[in-house]
Design a protein around this ligand. Structure first.
Ligand SMILES: [Zn+2]
Length: 369
C-alpha cells in the first residue's frame, strides 16, 4: 500500500519541479529520466547538452562505445552497431568513421537519440588513388565540417588525407577533389573559419581555401607564423628535449584565429606545454595569448573548438582540454603508445591528466544536438 502511494506521488510531482530536475541531467541520464513514466517524460526538457563528450577507446570488435561525460563525471556506454569502424574523427557534433575496407560514414552525435548516418565516397574516390598507398586506418588524419548537415544542406566536408593533403567533398558529388597548395608542404591542421577552410602546414604557413569563391580547389598562403616561435625559448631546462606533438588552429569564442602548439617533454613522466598565438590575418600581426578569460579550448583528434565556461562550472575557465597520443612512448609500445586527456591551465602551466586511454586517440565531440 505504502509503495503504491509513493509511486503515485513520484508521478504526481509538479511538472515545473520535474522540468527543473531534468535540466540538471546529462543526455544519458535525461533519457533514463524520460523512461520513468509518462508524466516525467512529458515534463522533461528537450534533449540538449552544453558540454562536450569524450569518446573513449573502442573495444575491438564490440558494437559498444564508451563516453566520458563531463556533466556527471562518469563513463556512459552506448550500443552503436552502426559504427563498427577502425578510425574515428569528429567535427560539429558529428563523428566520421573509417572502416578497414576504406568506407567512410558520418554519424550525428552518437549520444543523441536521433540517429543520422551519411555515407561519403570511399577512399578509392580520391584523385590519383593509383599513386597512393593501399588504404589503412591512417589514411584520414583530420575531418572538418563547414556546418552541421542537419541544419545546412549546403555543408562541405574537408579532410586531411594521405599524410598531409586536403580533400574536399560536397553533398551530391561522387568523388573527393584534391585542394592544391602553393607549397609542397604537408598540412598539419584545418578548420572552417569565417566562410573558408583555413589550414596550417608543417612550415607554420597559414593557408586559406575559399570553397565558395572562383577557385574552390586552390589554397593561398595568407600568413607565416615565425618559425622560431614554435620553440619555447626560455622554458627549456638545460639538456631536456621537447617535441612538437600537435599544432592546431581554433576559432576563439570572439571570432579570432588562434594558433596553438602543443609540445611534449620526453621523459618518464608525462609533461606538456602550450603556446597560443592570436593571428590577425588583416593586419598580419600576431600576439601571444596568456589568458583565455572565461573560455576554454578543446583540441585533439577532433576538429578543435572553443567554449565559454558554463554556469554550472562543468568546464574550467582559461584552460586547454586536450587529447593526446604520446610521441615519446609510441616508439616503444607496439600499440601506438599512451593516449589520454589532460587539462592545461594557462594561468600557471600546470596539467591535470584526467582520463587515460589505451591505444586509440580519444575524441572530443562538440555539444551539438
Ligand atoms: Zn553523464
Amino acid at each position: 500500500m505504502a509503495s503504491t502511494s509513493m509511486a503515485r506521488n513520484w508521478a504526481e510531482l509538479p511538472p515545473e519541479l520535474l522540468q527543473l530536475c531534468s535540466q540538471r541531467l546529462c543526455p544519458k541520464n535525461l533519457s533514463a529520466f524520460r523512461a520513468v513514466c509518462r508524466s516525467w517524460q512529458s515534463a522533461a526538457v528537450k534533449e540538449w547538452s552544453d558540454v562536450p563528450w569524450l569518446m573513449l577507446t573502442d573495444e575491438n570488435g564490440m558494437p559498444q562505445r564508451e563516453f566520458f561525460c563531463l556533466s556527471c563525471q562518469q563513463v556512459h556506454k552506448k550500443l552503436l552497431p552502426e559504427v563498427m569502424a577502425n578510425g574515428y574523427f569528429s567535427s560539429r557534433g558529428w563523428v566520421l568513421t573509417t572502416s578497414r575496407d576504406g568506407e567512410f560514414h558520418m554519424l550525428k552525435n552518437p549520444m543523441s537519440r536521433y540517429s543520422h548516418i551519411i555515407k561519403l565516397p570511399n577512399w578509392n574516390k580520391f584523385p590519383n588513388i593509383e599513386d597512393l598507398p593501399f588504404f589503412d586506418v591512417d589514411f584520414i588524419r583530420k575531418f572538418v565540417l563547414s556546418d552541421s548537415p542537419t541544419t545546412s544542406p549546403e555543408y562541405k566536408v574537408m579532410v586531411i588525407y594521405d599524410n598531409g593533403q586536403l580533400g574536399l567533398w560536397k553533398p551530391g558529388e561522387e568523388e573527393w577533389t584534391a585542394v592544391n597548395s602553393p607549397t609542397d608542404e604537408r598540412i598539419y591542421d584545418v578548420i572552417y573559419y569565417k566562410g573558408s577552410f583555413v589550414a596550417v602546414d608543417f612550415e607554420n604557413r597559414i593557408l586559406r581555401c575559399d570553397v565558395d569563391g572562383p577557385t574552390p580547389f586552390e589554397a593561398q598562403v595568407v600568413f607565416q607564423v615565425p618559425r622560431r616561435l614554435q620553440e619555447f625559448e626560455h622554458e627549456y631546462p638545460p639538456g631536456s628535449l621537447w617535441y612538437v606533438n600537435e599544432v592546431c588552429l581554433v576559432q576563439s569564442t570572439t571570432g579570432s584565429l588562434l594558433f596553438v602548439s602543443l609540445e611534449e617533454h620526453v621523459a618518464s613522466t608525462i609533461t606538456f606545454q602550450f603556446l597560443v598565438l592570436e593571428i590577425d590575418l588583416d593586419t598580419q600581426m600576431y600576439t601571444a595569448v596568456e589568458n583565455l578569460e572565461n573560455t576554454s579550448l578543446f583540441l585533439g583528434h577532433n576538429s578543435s573548438f572553443s567554449l565559454e565556461v558554463d554556469e554550472d562550472h562543468l568546464i574550467k575557465p582559461n584552460c586547454i582540454y586536450f587529447t593526446y597520443v604520446r610521441l615519446s612512448s609510441s616508439q616503444f609500445f607496439e600499440d601506438g603508445g599512451d593516449t589520454g586527456m589532460g587539462i592545461y591551465h594557462l594561468k600557471d602551466g600546470t596539467v591535470e591528466l584526467h582520463v587515460e586511454g589505451k591505444s586509440s586517440p580519444l575524441l572530443w565531440i562538440e555539444p551539438c544536438f
